[in-house]
Ligand binder design. Sequence first.
Ligand SMILES: Cc1cc2nc3c(=O)[nH]c(=O)nc-3n(C[C@H](O)[C@H](O)[C@H](O)COP(=O)(O)OP(=O)(O)OC[C@H]3O[C@@H](n4cnc5c(N)ncnc54)[C@H](O)[C@@H]3O)c2cc1C
Length: 400
Amino acid sequence: MRLIRINKEKCTGCGICVQVCPLGSISIVEDIAVISESCTLCGACVSGCLSNTIEIVGKKEKINLSEYRGVLVFGEQKAGLVSPIVYELIGEGRKLADTLGEELSCVILGNDVKKQARDLISYGVDKVFIYDVPCLASFRDDPYTDILIDLVKKIKPNIFLIGGTSIGRSLSPRIASKLKTGLTADCTGLKIDPETKLLLQTRPAFGGNIMATIKCPNNRPQMATVRYKIMKRAEKIQGYCGEVINMKFDKEMIRDRVKVKEIIEEEANVNIIESQLIVSGGNGLGKPEGFKLIYELASCLDGVVGASRVAVDKEWISYYHQIGLSGKTVRPKVYIACGISGSVQHLAGMSRSDTIIAINNDPSAPIFNVADIGLVGDLYEIIPELIKEIKKNKHGINNP
Ligand SMILES: Cc1cc2nc3c(=O)[nH]c(=O)nc-3n(C[C@H](O)[C@H](O)[C@H](O)COP(=O)(O)OP(=O)(O)OC[C@H]3O[C@@H](n4cnc5c(N)ncnc54)[C@H](O)[C@@H]3O)c2cc1C
């Protein structure tokens, strides 16, 4: 058991610990530092304290890192269909496992998922663990968390990858905190450090202005979530051999504090992420009506409409359409940015598109640094001309 202790005799109430605590767990009460229950014993205050007043006592539980081997991927499914993000995690997981010389496994919870489990093997998975019972058909926080923690304790994976979906975002912090390990959310890059063999987890930080690389040296598994459309999808490998393992679990784990009344799917979400052609509008539209033009261009090309955050913040279009760091990540064949400057946060969501076309009246706009085709000029002059030409030829990119 570890405890944090403040020597009241020595504490000067200087407040440095309050400033360095990343969780806001310390306050100064009557000139003495007081630590609240939200403290995670990270130790930032211990090293920050100039008068050596704060100490962590007790032994830190040491885990045997060498017991942890292999890469595990959470095989998220909805209505029995494996989510597309899983194939991307498998593609990335396979590379990590090969670099480490370890196995790649996958876990699926659901009802009647044996066929899906067998199919995953053909993407290069060595083992698929399945929990196949009707009560796990749809995602539920408590049982899914407890079962996955139980699996991790049994198979001890070195790395655990989960999709940065709404399900993954609910599940991963619960699992990480109960296992007392680290979690890096929304990674854009994963690789193995050739010297330490640790997982290097890269993600945008400070509003996307820097890329941070995070390591988890002392705890296992090393956990990361990755958003959809960031990594390359795994290809089928003909004749790949793997094993499907039926897992048993304690019925106690089926407890649930939450009752799901109804699941409502948001079609708009799926369409934008999956679309091969996106026409996005930004602040350069100048007014909400500008989106009529964006919709018209998108419709001529059989595409869908995206937006920058400024356009969403101004309520010209709903959040469903937002592309970028705090919106959706997309990877269409063609992305047309209209009146969008190309901030790092917007690029974080679309720079992996195959072809980027930018329409902007400022030739020095950063969007032109990533654009394959740049049209400099007023979008209200360029887009109607484009629509006229496309209609004349009547062949959209999605409909050749
Ligand atoms: C933590 C954080 C998360 C964020 N997440 C996101 C995110 O997910 N997505 C996102 O988009 N942003 C995000 N942002 C905001 C981001 O920093 C920018 O503010 C935003 O992307 C700018 O939107 P914009 O390009 O539409 O607007 P602006 O930067 O105002 O650019 C408008 C562009 O339109 C051009 N223009 C003006 N009039 C015309 C015209 N008539 N014809 C042609 N061009 C014209 C201008 O030259 C300019 O380049 C985030 C910021 C932070 C701090």
